[in-house]
Design a protein around this ligand. Structure first.
Ligand code: NAD
Length: 364
């Protein structure tokens, strides 16, 4: 199910679709691409940020690929309906409780990182953020009056089951990677973090081949800058993950390059999307970087459809075009020629042919 959404969403999702169609042709698959409205364009057309028919089609689909929602047209905080409500409602209805953000630095773009090349060269982190619990959802939440003055309260509540399932997912991912999990909490201060750590110790015991370390969130914020290449899978609760994953995304230096996946129970359609927003400042100009969305499509193939060779083929094609010097404006250095969104998509499709493992060799 394709949900382009607003702003550059319209321009980047089409490029991801063309790449998926090309992969389907190369590997002999047939993909169907129903699409729907979400966010501001859905509010304009139907009055709702997540129309019923969009939601139903998403729940009936194998996977959902989303562009982005929002923009100045719909950003009045007093508006009765806001685009972001559509995205939150979709995540809730799909039951996606874990947000996965891979962070690595493509060697051709190493200079784009604000960190020194020697620190970022070997970075390959998977951040797993709990997405449906904790401070953003706990009740009570709101403003009140105490002693005649304004006060406000938020509640950080976690159930054992919510913690356990996301830790399980993190350890399973680590089994297929470098076999190391860093569980991040604030167990020296927060009761919810002490429960998190207790359960992390229990889950770690179920995965004897995976090593597990526990670190405090403030220390993790420092280590991500100081020694990012030491991390493999980082797993943490909702708010800590929100902040750490944005910090980690800066290691790569470019918002337009980073994909994400939000997953629920096995067998359920996940939600795959770039981490950036709808970039209203460049929408409609045909200059947005489509690579984060194309790489999100690769995550979809690998994690949801089990099409590992196909996903790797897309990732290799992206590496290849970057190594050849193809750059959209956001990743071009001063003086470098920037290509359009459509041209970047075309370059990736052409590179797929070269990355396709079944391509005829010179002897054939
Ligand atoms: P943004 O990520 O849209 O843009 C930040 C900056 O990065 C802008 O200068 C933009 O031009 C640039 N940028 C982002 N993606 C790019 C790409 N693919 N190629 C080239 N440049 C890119 O963040 P923002 O400006 O804070 O938010 C804009 C709108 O997007 C807001 O309405 C916000 O609510 C929404 N938003 C949506 C999502 C989502 O749908 N998941 C996430 C974040 C923000």
């Amino acid at each position: 199910m394709l949900l382009p959404g607003d702003g550059i969403g319209q321009e980047i999702v089409i490029e991801a679709r063309l790449v998926l169609e090309h992969v389907a042709k190369l590997f002999g698959h047939v993909f169907a691409f129903p699409d729907g409205l979400i966010g501001g364009c859905a509010i304009d057309a139907t009055g709702s940020a997540l129309p019923e028919d969009t939601l139903k089609a998403c729940l009936d689909s194998d996977a959902v690929l989303l562009g982005a929602v929002g923009g100045p047209k719909w950003s009045d905080p007093k508006a009765p309906v806001r685009p972001e409500q559509g995205l939150l409602a979709l995540r809730k209805a799909m039951g996606v409780y874990a947000n996965l953000r891979p962070v690595s630095v493509c060697s051709a773009l190493i200079d784009a990182s604000p960190l020194r090349p020697d620190r970022v060269r070997d970075v390959d982190i998977m951040i797993v953020r709990e997405l449906t619990g904790g401070l953003y959802f706990g009740q009570p939440q709101g403003q009140e009056t105490i002693d005649g003055g304004r006060a406000a309260v938020d509640t950080m509540r976690y159930k054992e089951s919510e913690i356990r399932r996301v830790l399980h997912l993190a350890f399973e991912l680590a089994e297929g990677r470098r076999k190391k999990v860093t569980s991040v909490d604030k167990a020296n201060v927060l009761a919810s973090s002490r429960l998190w750590r207790e359960i992390a110790v229990e889950v770690a015991a179920e995965f004897p081949t995976v090593s597990c370390e526990h670190i405090l969130v403030d220390a993790c914020a420092m280590y991500l800058i100081q020694r990012p290449a030491d991390f493999d899978v980082i797993v943490t609760e909702n708010m800590f993950g929100d902040i750490l994953s944005d910090e980690a995304s800066m290691i790569s230096g470019s918002l337009g390059m980073l994909p994400s996946a939000s997953l629920g129970n096995p067998g359920q359609p996940g939600l795959y999307e770039p981490i950036h927003g709808s970039a209203p400042d460049i929408a409609g100009k045909g200059i947005a970087n489509p690579l984060a969305t194309i790489l999100s499509a690769a995550m979809l193939l690998r994690l949801r459809l089990g099409l590992v060779a196909e996903a790797t083929c897309i990732e290799s094609a992206v590496e290849r075009v970057l190594a050849e010097g193809a750059r959209t404006a956001d990743i071009a250095r001063p003086g470098e020629l920037a290509i359009s969104t459509a041209d970047m998509g075309k370059r990736v499709r052409e590179a797929l042919e070269a990355s396709y493992p079944g391509r005829p060799t010179a002897q054939q």
